[in-house]
Ligand binder design. Structure first.
Ligand code: KG4
Ligand code: ZN
Length: 341
């Protein structure tokens, strides 16, 4: 694929609880990025409430797009295309971003590019890098977010083969559910991480299920073991050692993610590893991968681990070069899987 044609893309992301817009040049250079988080709103419900999320997107989306364009001192006419997350995610949330992008594309007479959110998470690793960095394939992707946990072999730009996935909860979901069990609020991942810093990671042995499929994951048994420990301690009316539980849980998740990733990296003789998605913000996970010296391991910049539009603009660069423009009559795809090679 030819990589020297210039693109400047306005990207929109609204698949879950962040309303975001960004302007990205050539898939790597960020000119402007705005993320309006709904965390304060969903905290009251202890999780993302889909109808509330979509209505909040309705309120936020135009101010977010305007702020993003103003941040780069640009207007729609300066863009080559409008990109938008069209799946996977919450249908009602996706619709808001998609319809806004359609309106902007029609109004400004620009092509529309529907982007897979998971593809976006993968391309978050390229933001701020040199255009020709990470260009040795195959790469192994560990994608760990609130909705997904997947090991993906990336054979070239936009060429993906899924090697394994979670059989039940996603890693981020396991963090969120365990956080709730020990009385932490939403979103649980970052809160649990902070608490774990004060705990003993060897205090409890939380087992990770062994699976027949080498590269699949399972985290629901782990959550049940945490629940059992919590119930036992509560029965004894003893104080819950929440920091020790958090640290031991985090260690079990990190071990499982790390071991399978390294196994797959060796098996497929990859040229590098990218760890991405909301859970890639986790410091214990980052430190564990710091110990690897026979593979280059790349994490996105911290602010691009969780949902943002810059990553959608980065992926859209490659789809633009491919000519993968989207018809204006497309619908959202809430269950869209990453494209198989
Ligand atoms: O990628 P993301 O923003 O949204 C999805 O596409 O799902 O990921 C959000 C998930 C949540 O489950 C959140 O608890 C988790 O990522 N997360 C973390 C951390 N930061 C976010 N999990 C563990 N440690 C963190 N520091
Ligand atoms: Zn995401």
């Amino acid at each position: 694929m030819e990589n020297n044609s210039f693109t400047r893309i306005l990207a929109i992301e609204s698949s879950c609880d962040e309303t975001a817009a960004a302007i990205v040049e050539n898939g790597t250079q960020l000119l402007s990025s705005v993320v309006a988080s709904q965390i304060d709103i969903h905290e009251r419900y202890g999780g993302v409430f889909p109808e509330v999320a979509s209505r909040q997107h309705v309120l936020s989306i135009l101010p977010v797009v305007k702020k993003c364009l103003a941040g780069a001192h640009m207007s729609l006419k300066d863009m080559n295309a409008i990109a938008v997350t069209s799946g996977p995610g919450l249908a009602g949330s996706l619709v808001v971003g998609l319809n806004t992008a359609k309106g902007l594309a029609i109004g400004a007479n620009k092509p529309l590019i529907g982007i897979n959110h998971l593809e976006g998470h993968i391309y978050s690793a390229w933001i701020g890098k040199e255009a020709d960095s990470l260009s040795d394939f195959p790469l192994l992707i560990l994608l760990v977010s609130g909705g997904h946990t997947e090991l993906i072999l990336m054979k070239d730009h936009l060429q993906f083969e899924r090697l394994g996935r979670t059989k039940d909860d996603a890693a981020g979901e396991a963090f969120d559910k365990t956080a709730r069990l020990i009385g932490l609020g939403y979103p649980g991942g970052p809160k649990l991480e902070i608490l774990a810093m004060e705990g003993d990671e060897n205090a409890f042995k939380f087992p990770i299920a062994k699976l027949d499929e080498e590269f699949d994951f399972s985290f629901s048994g782990l959550k049940t073991s945490v629940l059992r420990v919590v119930k036992d301690i509560e029965k004894k009316q003893a104080d819950l050692p929440v920091a020790d539980i958090a640290a031991s849980f985090q260690k079990a998740v990190v071990n499982s993610l790390f071991e399978k990733t390294i196994l797959a990296a060796q098996r497929f003789q990859v040229k590098g590893i990218i760890v991405t998605g909301g859970v890639s913000a986790n410091k214990a996970l980052r430190e564990r991968f710091d110990t690897v010296d026979n593979f280059q391991v790349v994490f996105p910049a911290f602010e691009f681990c969780t949902d943002n539009a810059a990553m959608i603009g980065a992926a859209a660069h490659y789809r633009y070069l491919q000519g993968a423009f989207t018809n204006l009559d497309i619908d959202v795809q809430p269950n869209w899987e990453i494209r198989a090679a």
